[in-house]
Write a protein that binds this ligand. Structure first.
Ligand code: MIC
Ligand code: SF4
Length: 642
């Protein structure tokens, strides 16, 4: 029996555990990336662990999220990250150089290598055959220090692609179709591998769009083979020597197979407020549009931008639409400028934004009240745009550009002649915005600069054998980390200030959450299925820790968030019988009994004193996780085991 592509890469990097589905395995990490919204915390953790120099083959810190700099906070955090990078051996991609995933794909990713990033869209690297995964900041810090990264050995899903995309149908439509089929929780505990004759019809940027948005499936990661197309891309980036051919064995066995005929796909959109709420553009009809945003790590490549420019060329943006475009990297922006396509974009009336995440994370460009915004992004969670009642539709660059011209949701196939966009044989290469670290000798004199916005970590949890606390909050299914710890221009600058952030925790679900936690001193959160989907932000665990949350009890968890909870010393527990969820009400008085014995057995008992009932819970932790929980958190555990 042969191996799938990801099984091969895992095998090459396996440090501990057995590669059996469901087992915890530890893998060696070759590369790491961070972005600034999670990076400040990750580098504080690196400093707290006392790591002198990073031990990975390559680590890069990107500044791409917090670039608005509405006050001193962001600039201070950038300076802090820059100084740690210089001292500890990390490359520093300056603000303006581009979105982490786009730049990493262009300049640093290598087929067959492992990459973890403190950002959930790190699987973008799967577009060139990397095993690239999103992780919490603390896990990334541990990997930078040479520690292994732990995942549950995933199941393997094959998406068998046949045919070829028709004109004006895009890679975005492929991943929207996968989301329609699998749903936002369908990928949990799985790796999605793209295979079949359709693969060779897709360029690297198209593949990267698909693996990027695999994050929305909840998948551990997604991956394409590394083939001649990957080789041509890397050669055009001046990195031909980084290429190796990689594919799954012919007789590899998959747990699930999904067939997609690329020729049969049509332009689609994910409707408010979930990425799997997918319909054909023709089914949704010509709804009026207020705003169109093009960019984000999903769709900001040169070829995406060239398609957009070709659609806009010589035309004018509809008067009712505000069109904002953020090219994904400095390379993309400068190539657009060189070939004149930027002029076509500007002349049509687009607002050109900095090469950064921008509107995707609510850093500006919030739509008008009840506005309809079409975005080429990957998440349309309620409120994420910064406008609580806006309706966000996720679409391809082709749909976005066509609709910006007409002012209504438009099927780009009505535009007529197909577009002919060719990938360049040579990209414009200029890495002058990536700062190299100091040599180990010079590094001794480099000072790490802390700004006043950097506040101490919350105190670690002390595990007790009995925890008596109220059900401080009860929420439903598919709660995202944007619900738990919102982002956006007002809050994002405080990612290194947990006390400040805590006021905003769960605001959208219960505006009294923080106050209730403070009044009770400690509490439990009760959730439905797929709790914690979305972002990798460990703040969605650190802030609840700060507010006294001891355990989160749900029907099921998203992968990265469950790991972040354990890393923060909060127990993620699930109902043995999912129907028991209905028995608990918010404010019920709860007692978790015999915690230490339960940690060993995996079976917990929750007493609901208000209802006078006992509810069986499950918490199956590996020995390593038990030790982390007993130590208080991963930081204490790592310090203790040094
Ligand atoms: C996101 O898209 O939600 C983010 C912002 O990139 C996050 C990281 C963060 O919260 O800083 C992610 O996807 O992990
Ligand atoms: Fe940035 Fe948006 Fe991508 Fe997150 S999803 S990394 S906010 S562009």
């Amino acid at each position: 029996m042969g191996d799938t592509l990801s099984q091969k890469i895992i095998k090459n990097h396996l440090v501990s555990g057995e590669m059996k589905v469901g087992n915890e395995i530890g893998i060696r990490i070759d590369q790491t990336l961070t972005q600034d919204a999670t990076g400040t915390m990750a580098y504080l953790e690196l400093e707290a662990m006392g790591i002198d120099r990073v031990k990975t083959e390559l680590s890069v810190a990107y500044i791409d999220h917090n670039t608005l700099q509405t006050g001193f906070e962001n600039a201070d955090d950038h300076r802090f990250i820059q100084s740690v990078c210089k001292k500890r051996g990390v490359r520093f991609s300056r603000p303006g150089n581009g979105i982490c995933h786009q730049v990493h794909l262009e300049r640093f990713g290598v087929p067959g290598k492992t990459l973890i990033g403190s950002d959930s869209h790190t699987p973008t690297g799967g577009g060139i055959g990397m095993l690239a995964m999103g992780a919490g900041g603390l896990d990334v810090a541990v990997a930078m220090g040479g520690g292994e990264y732990y995942i549950t050995m995933p199941k393997m899903v094959k998406v068998n692609l046949t045919g070829a995309l028709q004109p004006y149908v895009a890679a975005k439509d492929v991943i929207l179709e996968v989301l329609r089929i699998m749903s936002v929780k369908g990928g949990v505990g799985k790796i999605v591998e793209y295979q079949g004759p359709g693969v060779k019809t897709l360029s690297v940027p198209e593949r990267a769009t698909i693996t990027n948005m695999g994050a929305e499936l909840g998948a551990t990661t997604s991956i394409f083979p590394s083939d001649e197309i990957t080789k041509a891309f890397l050669e055009a980036q001046g990195r031909g020597s980084d290429w190796t051919e990689l594919s799954a064995d012919e007789d590899a066995v998959y747990d699930e197979v999904i067939d997609i005929d690329l020729s049969a796909l049509e332009p689609m959109a994910a409707m408010p407020h979930m990425p799997d709420n997918v319909k054909k553009v023709t089914e949704i009809g010509q709804i009026k549009v207020d705003q169109v945003c093009i960019g984000s790590c999903t769709n900001s490549s040169l070829s995406d931008m060239l398609k957009v420019a070709a659609i806009l060329k010589g035309k004018k943006v509809a008067p009712n639409v505000s069109l904002a475009i953020a090219p994904g990297s400095k390379q993309v922006l400068s190539m657009l400028a060189t070939c004149g396509a930027l002029t076509d974009i500007i002349d049509a009336g687009a607002r050109v934004l900095e090469s950064a995440c921008g509107p995707c994370i609510g850093m500006g460009q919030s739509p008008n009240s009840a506005g309809i915004s079409l975005r080429t992004f990957n998440r349309n969670f309620e409120g994420r745009s910064g406008t609580a009642d806006a309706g966000i539709y996720l679409v391809s660059p082709e749909v976005a550009a066509a609709s910006a011209l007409t002012g209504v949701l438009t099927d780009p196939r009505t535009l007529g002649e197909p577009l002919h966009i060719l990938m360049p044989n040579k990209f414009l290469i200029n890495d002058n915005m990536v700062e190299l670290p100091a040599t180990p000798e010079e590094a001794k004199d480099v000072e790490v600069i802390y700004g006043p916005n950097i506040k101490p970590f919350p105190e670690s949890n002390v595990l007790t054998d009995e925890i008596k606390a109220p059900a401080i909050l009860k929420v439903g299914d598919n709660i995202t980390t944007d619900h738990i710890m919102p982002a956006g221009a007002k809050i994002l600058p405080y990612r290194s200030n947990i006390p400040f952030l805590s006021q905003f925790c769960f605001r959208q679900c219960d505006e009294n959450f923080a106050e209730n936690c403070k009044a009770a001193g400690k509490g439990f959160i009760i959730g439905g299925a797929n709790y914690g989907q979305g972002s990798s932000r460990e703040h969605a665990a650190l802030v609840p820790l700060y507010l006294g949350i001891k355990a989160v009890i749900t029907k099921s968890f998203a992968r990265i968030h469950a790991a972040n909870l354990i890393n923060a010393g909060i127990m993620p527990l699930t109902f043995q019988n999912p129907d028991d969820y209905d028995k608990i009400d918010q404010t019920d008085s709860l007692v978790l009994k015999d915690v230490f014995a339960s940690l060993d057995s995996g079976n917990f008992t929750l007493v609901d004193e208000t209802k006078g009932i006992e509810i069986p819970l499950v918490g199956i932790f590996t020995d390593r996780q038990k030790e982390i929980l007993k130590a208080g958190d991963l930081l204490q555990f790592t310090k203790g085991s040094k």
